[in-house]
Design a protein around this ligand. Sequence first.
Ligand code: B12
Length: 449
Amino acid sequence: MKVLLISANMLTEPYPVYPIGLDYVAAALAPRHAVRIADMNVVRDGQGLARIIQQDPPEVIGVSLRNVDNTDCTAPKTFMAEYQGLIRAVRNNSPAPVILGGSGFTIFPREYMDGLGADYGIIGEGERLAELLDAMENRQYPAGIPGVMVRGKVPDFPGPLQQAFDRGGQGGNAQLAFYLKHGGMLNLQTKRGCHFKCIYCTYPHVEGRTLRLIPPAEVAQTAVSLEAAGAKYIFVTDSAFNADIDHSLAVAKAFQKAGLTIPWGAFFAPIQLPDGYFNEMAAAGLTHVEFGTESLADRVLAAYQKPFRNKQVFQAHGAAVGAGLNVAHYFLLGGPGEEEASLEETLTQVHKLERTVLFFFCGMRIYPNTDLYDLAIREGRLTSASNIFAPVFYRGNTLPSGEILRRVRQAAENRPNWIVGAGGEGTAGILSKMYSRGFSGPLWEYLIR
Ligand code: B12
């Protein structure tokens, strides 16, 4: 069949993100189906999309919905209206069935099916589109395929894919040039799944709990092919690159063996790590470490069900800085267990994290299929009928809403390495200017103090 896959994401904060998910979906359909990718960052608007559709009318249209909102309660942004505009452009120009997928869709399938009037959706891994297309070609009713949603009924969450997943070849993608020009950053995955139990997190729902490791040599081959395609920097998209310590070390060694020369970065959990871990990473080209730290108060870390405590944060931080790496910490304040004293503890101790950038998110977004959601129901803050598609943030009993933000903003004054929220349009604008002058990568290292 002729398939058009559309990446709907046009968010440029903190920077534009290459739609890696569609590479996997396209690879799963090729060569049996003729697949084209339309990336809205490149296509820009409905007219551009109409031209692509009319040039070679597709028989099926898949739409990737990555972001639901920006998870930032200081400057909330949602995307439904933008996605509705996109679907209008599709429907005005094509009778082809529309199939939704992506992380945003997986988190809120019913809301998107209804809000966008789609024909089908696929919850979880989009490689299953191959099975759905088979069923469509054979005129079979597809509701039995794991993860496939037909209007009206949300299917059970599917188990992980049984087969290995394949990124396909890089280099031939029309959208690649856009990202090479805007920061030169491409991305890759070294595994799927997250076995951590952080109460607020959607990752285990989006990717599954079991870690499914991609052989290190294969990851390195992808990295080298991204470099050959022109990448100046690679971001590893794993939920936490070091969730499997041995695998992360093996990937780093494979990068060295394959001769990767460009820098790369990843999310890390500040857990107990073997001696010399970050030195080995640095030797393999790692330059940026993004720690999902969330709090420095042990009782809050325990309430969030984080797999580390304050002591490990400082150890991991020291090891990464000692290895000469650029280090950032993300904080998520105001979740269960946060109170006056714990906030104070975090804000006073955070100064001891030297040579770093701190991103503060003040308010914990409640998502379905998380422990936080269940807790909010048990505490009577939500009912199962509550609408949480429009962002709803957890509110504790002791700190009035707005107070955390006020204190963090106050503490952040005159500290350029304290960023409240994602940085917003201001940061995105600065980055865009720096990219146009040839800078590459995430660039937050220029804020390190
Ligand atoms: C890595 C990452 C980042 C990195 C990206 C770096 C880079 N250069 O790639 C950074 C830190 C920059 C980032 C930023 C943001 N992120 Co982010 N990020 C992730 C993360 C951990 C992995 C995403 C990824 O690449 N996965 C690997 C690929 C292969 O998977 P995938 O894209 O989901 O695709 C698969 C399926 O979804 C599906 N699929 C995808 N498209 C389609 C299409 C069809 C038709 C079908 C059938 C299936 C399908 O099939 C694919 C293969 O199996 C996810 C969480 C997670 N574990 O998924 C959050 C996540 C995607 N991010 C999220 C958010 C909110 C953001 C930000 C808005 C946060 C902020 N305030 O700054 C920004 C937005 C950036 C932007 N410009 O869009 C949310 C999105 C949902 C939501 N809550 O709105 C997620 C899910 C995390 C969360 N909080 O729930 N992010």
